[in-house]
Design a protein. Structure first.
Length: 446
């Protein structure tokens, strides 16, 4: 099978990736004004489209700033490659060994926020296209790179695209795991809102789709709370009157691999503060990551069990709020899970509010798209790993006949949403070669 990627493609792709990483494209706005998600995301979208024009594509920049796309080729069918340019916040800067918003190459790895999720895979797909173009192949289908700007929050970018633009006939999303993800759990993000506290103030966590690795409490009860945490065998530090619980940050879709610092802190605080939100967390969540105490067993053969994450908590004199992220097996409905959660929350005097809900995805393993992409991966790598299912939510579920296809390799270290996020250059270039073969087979004359 042809090796598409030259040293020139490697060097140019790395320069382009640094251009994107250097832009701190974190969502800083609510989507109601221009730019909808902040200047940095708008700048990153502009830069991505400039790169596409440099590669020979024609581009379109949504005037409202929600999305952009780049086209090439001809034909009735449209093959879509869906990418996102927004990133999660940098997390704890003290844990970064490099500037999170400067693409730094060190020991064969490019570090920076977005290097794995999703700027690195995006650049891999773009320069895969360039490699196919440079090889002189004729495109008998149109290819369209679609750039979203709101993937880490509410996906309003894809809603706007679907409302205004042509839907691809088929395609893939370079925002998952190789060899391929053909089914994704449903996504439910919700708030629980409750009464405040005059004695307690908390503000922990950042994003609902990140398991919080740190959670801190400052107060006069610090010594007593510390004693409770010791009995619970919680890892924490006590300095003066501040307790910092140490957890392990991971993506919410793999919550079982992390340690939720907010939940651990809540278990200690609940013994000293009669606060409904803390009581709910201590009794109905505790160390669970599958929501069993709330829902019972929620699990299916195809996609496994439900995951449940508390991403943030706020408690002050005016009220309390937690943000939740649930990944729901494909055989269950979001509506039933939401109804159960609402009822249990009511028992603690908490109000349920839906924040976001995205249905599950299932493209049969026997489909031509899945079979073609899986064969390409196997021929390129020799790895016979079966296509998988996931709790992660990718843009694939927003369009028909779409799957998540790399760029993370099996058994590789996932650093998405973590400090020192990085992507091995050998992985970047191998993914690029795989994507080039996929583009050639999906879009070009045989």
């Amino acid at each position: 099978m042809k090796n598409w990627i030259t040293e020139k493609h490697q060097k140019e792709s790395l320069i382009a990736l640094k251009r994107l990483i250097d832009i701190p494209s974190i969502n800083t706005a609510d989507g109601t004004n221009f730019p909808p998600f902040g200047k940095a995301i708008e700048d990153c979208l502009t830069e991505a489209l400039v790169i596409c024009e440099e590669l020979g594509m024609t581009t379109y920049h949504d005037p409202a700033g929600f999305y952009g796309y780049a086209d090439y080729g001809q034909g009735e069918e449209l093959v879509g490659i869906l990418c996102h340019l927004d990133v999660v916040p940098e997390g704890n800067l003290a844990l970064w060994e490099t500037d999170p918003f400067e693409g730094v190459v060190k020991d064969g790895v490019i570090y920076g926020r977005g290097s794995q999720d999703d700027k690195g895979p995006t650049i891999a797909a773009l320069y895969a296209f360039k490699a196919v173009l440079d090889a002189g192949l004729t495109f008998n289908k149109r290819i369209r790179f679609i750039f979203g700007t709101d993937e880490e929050t509410l996906w309003r970018c894809m809603d706007h695209y679907n409302l205004n633009e042509e839907a691809p006939t088929m395609g893939f999303v370079p925002d998952g795991v190789f060899p391929l993800t053909y089914a994704e759990k449903g996504l439910l993000q919700a708030k629980l809102i409750g009464p405040g506290s005059k004695e307690l103030s908390l503000n922990c966590g950042e994003a609902s789709n990140v398991v919080p690795g740190k959670a801190s409490y400052t107060g006069q009860e610090a010594a007593e709370v510390a004693g409770t945490l010791e009995k619970l065998e919680v890892d924490f530090e006590l300095v003066n009157q501040t307790i910092t619980v140490n957890g392990k940050a991971v993506h919410a879709s793999t919550a079982g691999l992390g340690i939720n610092a907010i939940n651990q802190l809540a278990r200690g605080l609940a013994a000293h503060y009669p606060q409904p939100m803390l009581k709910f967390l201590a009794e109905k969540v505790a160390t669970e990551t599958n929501g069993f105490s709330i829902f019972g067993e929620v699990k299916d053969e195809l996609t496994g069990e439900l995951t449940f994450n508390v991403g943030s908590i706020k408690i002050d004199g005016s009220g309390s709020e937690i943000m939740l992220d649930l990944r729901i097996p494909v055989e269950y409905t979001i509506e039933d899970i939401a109804l159960t959660l609402e009822k249990v929350a009511e028992e603690y005097g908490l109000i349920y509010q839906e924040y976001d809900a995205v249905p599950s995805l299932h493209v049969p393993k026997e489909s031509q798209l899945v079979q073609t992409l899986t064969t390409i991966y196997r021929n390129k790598t020799g790895d016979l790993t079966e296509p998988s299912t996931s709790g992660g939510a990718t843009y694939a579920r927003k369009m028909a006949n779409m799957v998540a296809f790399g760029a993370h390799f099996p058994n590789g270290k996932s650093l998405a949403h973590q400090e020192n996020e990085g992507m091995k250059l050998e992985d970047l270039y191998l993914a690029m070669d795989i994507y080039a073969e996929a583009i050639a087979q999906l879009c070009c004359e045989k």
